[in-house]
Design a binder for this molecule. Structure first.
Ligand code: UDX
Ligand code: ADP
Length: 489
């Protein structure tokens, strides 16, 4: 029979305290806490709960409003929109999946703690604009150190700069409770919009840990969890630093492909080549592959830019200037693509958009998510408003509040000025009415099914569509009477 864990006791002579010590022997995980109920923590824990019914999974967060939404009877109110998620929450919530704000209590009760909090790019001080802000991670580590009464396995899930595990270890070891903490890196590779399938049918699961006996036992404990639904050969174990760096590099390579194809889209527009044809032709080379070659208005999301900036910062800090500059170019190309798109709209409207209604269809950074972090739409709207356009927005999943938050966050102008220039619509046809130009910024499926004839009858002539995702059927639109611009065509 598997021995779960046993306790030893020792006497603290000065305070006569008896402390429980959890020994890393053939341990079996029965309680998991995940700190951070966001886009990563929520779906990941829902899938672990589904696949490991014998484990009690508690997702905790400081944000009570967010936890209340996770607990809402009405599953359409879950704080994040992700296809398939509501169904899994329905099956597991209240059985072995719980959402709570009682962080300390949950930490105490768990053998394994995932850290899945946000790590945004620093907006102040040393490393401003490039390094990740680790204050939330540090707070978590301090909270674990304060609350723990037995040994813990702490798993880094958030995307983190290399050697963050070292920071967490230092904080945990400073707790002076005589407890043992093992740190694992288990980066998340899910993409938003397909998070549930990515989790259920992962290409690989990466787990980094120490080579010590306890480190190896901790790795095994996490491997055993994933083995409930992922086959052995897809579970990779490495040292902590390789695991942390692999996450950054995976995102950098993916983003680099998008920037590469976007750079070629500009060349296509000048040369008469067609970007979709070029992408298909090169993607059929099995050494290149066809994924992540879809030219767009620019990549967004919480990871790509942040992770590359991290790589840039780390390389620069280590004196690797050429490496740092090489990766920085991927971000610069993305900025160029976003800028280029808004300039094309302005130029084609006779060099002025002042007081002209421009409709943006889509605000999220990609389809099938309500996440807007680093979405190209934010920057395009901002530039159009700077040029005094009246911007109307329709997105099927993003709230009006979020859209205003995003544009105000840039601080380009006052929120009252933004309010004068930006209108959010719940109905797509209202959003398009009397528009001088319609731009597709997110590739939502529903935009392909719109009644473009009806839209044409309500817009200002000459009717213009700017397809930032090469989503629509140009010939069909041109037949209706629209002038169409598509990226790289
Ligand atoms: C990414 C990684 O894919 C995932 O493995 C990691 O865990 C988190 O970061 P995510 O940001 O959710 O996932 O979405 P992703 O599908 O990678 O798209 C990122 C951006 O690139 C989106 O704005 C998307 O529209 C854009 N993109 C993607 C393109 O413009 N063209 C493509 O061909 C692919
Ligand atoms: P990600 O995309 O990485 O999941 P999110 O921003 O969606 O990022 O989610 C991170 C969550 O972590 C937020 O809901 C935030 O409130 C939570 N969080 C941040 N710091 C802490 C902390 N110290 N304790 C608990 N929750 C935290």
């Amino acid at each position: 029979m598997i021995q779960k864990h046993y306790f030893t006791t020792f006497q603290n002579h000065s305070q006569s305290l008896v402390k429980k010590k959890f020994i890393f022997v053939n341990m079996k995980i029965e309680n998991i806490t995940c700190i951070g109920a966001g886009y990563v923590g929520g779906p990941t824990m829902a899938v672990i709960a589904l696949k490991c019914p014998e484990i009690k999974v508690t997702v905790v967060d400081l944000n009570k409003e967010r936890i209340d939404l996770w607990n809402d009877e009405d599953l359409s109110k879950l704080p994040i929109y992700e296809p398939g998620l509501a169904d899994i929450v329905k099956q597991t919530r209240g059985k072995n999946l719980f959402f709570s704000t009682e962080i300390d209590k949950s930490i105490k009760q768990s053998e394994m703690i995932f850290i899945s909090v946000n790590t945004p790019t620093k907006t102040y001080g040393e490393g401003k604009g490039q390094a990740s802000d680790l204050k939330f991670i540090e707070l978590c580590a301090r909270q674990i150190a304060k609350s723990a009464e037995s040994d813990k396995i702490v798993v880094e899930k958030s995307t983190l700069p290399v050697r963050t595990a070292e920071v967490i270890t230092k904080i945990l070891k400073s707790s002076k409770k005589g407890l043992n903490f093992e740190i694992l890196s288990n980066p998340e590779f899910l993409a938003e919009g397909t998070a549930i399938t990515d989790l259920l049918y992962a290409d690989r699961v990466l787990i980094g840990g120490d080579s010590t006996q306890n480190g190896q036992k901790s790795i095994k404990a996490l491997v055993d969890i994933y083995k409930n639904w992922i086959s052995d050969e897809k579970i990779l174990t490495t040292n902590v630093w390789s695991s942390e760096l692999s996450k950054l590099v995976a995102n950098a390579f993916l983003a680099q492909r998008v920037s590469s194809i976007n750079s070629i889209s500009a060349l296509c527009e000048k040369s008469g080549a067609d970007i979709d044809e070029v992408a298909k032709a090169i993607g059929m080379d099995s050494r290149i592959g066809s994924k992540f070659l879809k030219s767009s208005v620019g990549f967004g999301g919480s990871c790509f830019q942040k992770d590359i900036l991290n790589l840039v910062y780390i390389s620069k800090s280590l004196g690797l200037t050429e490496v740092s500059e090489y990766w920085h170019q991927v971000i610069k190309m993305n900025d160029y693509q976003k800028n280029r798109f808004s300039s094309i709209i302005i130029k084609s409207l006779f060099n002025t958009v002042s007081d002209k209604k421009i409709t943006l269809l889509g605000w999220s950074f990609k389809k099938d998510t309500n996440d807007t972090r680093e979405s190209a739409a934010i920057y395009i709207a901002d530039k159009l408003i700077e040029n005094k356009a009246l911007v109307s927005i329709y997105d099927p999943k993003v709230s009006e509040k979020q859209i205003y938050n995003d544009i105000n966050y840039l601080k380009t102008r006052s929120s009252s000025d933004n309010k004068k220039h930006l209108n959010v619509h719940k109905n797509v046809y209202d959003a398009c009415e009397n528009s001088h130009a319609i731009a597709i910024l997110t590739e939502w499926d529903e935009f392909t099914k719109l009644d473009w004839g009806k839209i044409f009858s309500t817009v200002v002539s000459p009717a213009k569509v700017f397809d930032g995702r090469n989503l629509l059927d140009n010939q069909k639109l041109e037949k209706i009477g629209f002038e169409v611009f598509s990226i790289g065509k």
